[in-house]
Design a protein around this ligand. Structure first.
Ligand code: FES
Ligand code: FES
Length: 401
């Protein structure tokens, strides 16, 4: 058991908790605060959302011991809160609940939106509530209720609070209060490898910092081409980016650096991470590393990631086993729901697609031997290619040929 001291609904609490007890169980079982509901217990449904140091957080994936010194507010603690009161009235008026199971978590997230959004914009409200699932209402009433509260408050001259007035993160804060631009800032390189004339080009000499990944896992696959051929392909940044599902380049890559966008979907949230990556290659042992960082404005999440690869000859050198070590750290809203299993599944799927695309492009290069064509390939044309190939395959299957 571990001793913790925290504030729950403005009351000082001291308790001894098991390290494995999550915050929702602690509140419900030890403090009898059963307004915090548990649905999935996997950080996906949002039923257990509460305020942790004034920020919405999933209590089912937050350990109670990690909340030592934190300020917790549950739905019970918002009984006298002005915004929560207005939201409760609006929810009743707009029929925004049926069984009510999702409602405590929904109200906490909705209150956060009322605090932050300048306009009662439906899309922003739907995005803001996308981490709270409701099995009954169809969301129309909920969105209408939240819109009406924002609208009325702005009409009364109550301004939004930039960032929800968050100034500090708690010990297990969701990361929403961090400044995304800080996380994605490109740190100037300690050593410039190339001299460039203009500012845009000079950006190429900046470096993406090293980091220690929070999670690392391994993947591997084999392609039927010799290691030197595969290593050569790995050096063609545009083509390799085109083989990665969901990746699009947003700038002209150099052999050392690329800028791009990766689309991912984790649980109920989709994110477009814009970022940059540094590329390193070691021809002596056919290995390399890609270190990148990016952020997604919509989910207010940021990530740092690293892919290390090693090409190992197999089948007497006729094939290559590609060994990957994938490491990442995630901050923000996505970190709340991105359980390791979800990310691992996603990485396994991306790796399988990458292996298929790599195989296809290696065979394409071998067939026509055209370096010029390879250079002209970009992410869009690769995607079109892929769709075309799949369409052809589907038609062949339908025609039974
Ligand atoms: S119970 Fe916590 S997110 Fe579902
Ligand atoms: S009102 Fe029943 S789950 Fe939302």
């Amino acid at each position: 058991m571990t001793e913790i001291a925290l504030t729950v609904n403005a009351r000082d609490v001291e308790a001894a908790v098991e390290p494995r007890t999550h915050l929702a169980d602690f509140l419900r079982d030890s403090l009898n605060l059963t307004g915090t509901h548990l649905g999935c217990e996997h950080g996906v449904c949002g039923a257990c959302t509460l305020l942790l140091d004034d920020m919405p957080a999933r209590s089912c994936i937050t350990y109670a011991v990690a909340c030592d010194g934190a300020r917790i507010t549950t739905i019970e603690g918002l009984d006298d809160d002005e915004i929560a009161g207005e939201l409760r009235a609006a929810f009743a008026r707009e029929h925004a609940l049926q069984c009510g199971y999702c409602t405590p978590g929904m109200l906490i997230s909705a209150r956060d939106l009322v605090l932050r959004l300048a306009e009662p914009d439906e899309r922003s409200i739907r995005v803001g509530l996308s981490g709270n699932l409701c099995r009954c209402t169809g969301y129309v009433g909920i969105v209408r209720a939240v819109r009406s509260v924002i609208e009325q408050r702005r009409k009364r001259g109550v301004p939004p609070l930039p960032g929800g007035n968050r100034s500090a993160l708690g010990p297990v804060g969701s990361g929403n209060g961090t400044n995304a631009s800080t996380n994605t800032a490109i740190v100037p390189a300690a050593r410039a490898e190339t001299r460039h004339e203009d500012d845009t080009r000079r950006e190429d000499t900046t470096a993406i910092p090293d980091f220690t990944p929070a999670k690392i896992f391994e993947e591997h696959f084999t392609v039927p081409y010799p290691p030197d051929k595969v290593f050569e392909m790995f050096g063609d940044v545009a083509r390799i980016a085109g083989c990665l599902p969901g990746v699009a380049l947003t700038g002209v890559p150099t052999p050392q650096r690329l800028e791009g966008l990766i689309r991912v979907k984790l649980g109920p949230i989709s994110a477009n991470f814009h970022g940059a990556a540094r590329i390193e290659r070691v021809p002596e042992n056919l290995s390399g590393r890609i270190v990148g960082m990016g952020s997604d404005q919509r989910s207010r999440s940021s990530t740092q990631g690293e892919i290390r690869y090693r090409l190992v000859p197999s089948e007497q050198g006729a094939a290559t086993r590609v060994e990957l070590s994938i490491g990442y750290s995630l901050r923000g809203m996505l970190a709340q729901i991105a359980r390791e299993g979800l990310v691992r599944d996603l990485a396994a799927r991306l790796t399988a697609d990458f292996a298929r695309n790599l195989d296809r492009h290696l065979s394409g290069v071998r067939r026509d031997g055209s370096a010029a064509e390879a250079q002209n390939l970009n992410a869009v044309s690769l995607l079109i290619d892929l769709v075309r190939t799949r369409a052809r395959k589907a038609i062949r299957q339908i025609l039974g040929r």
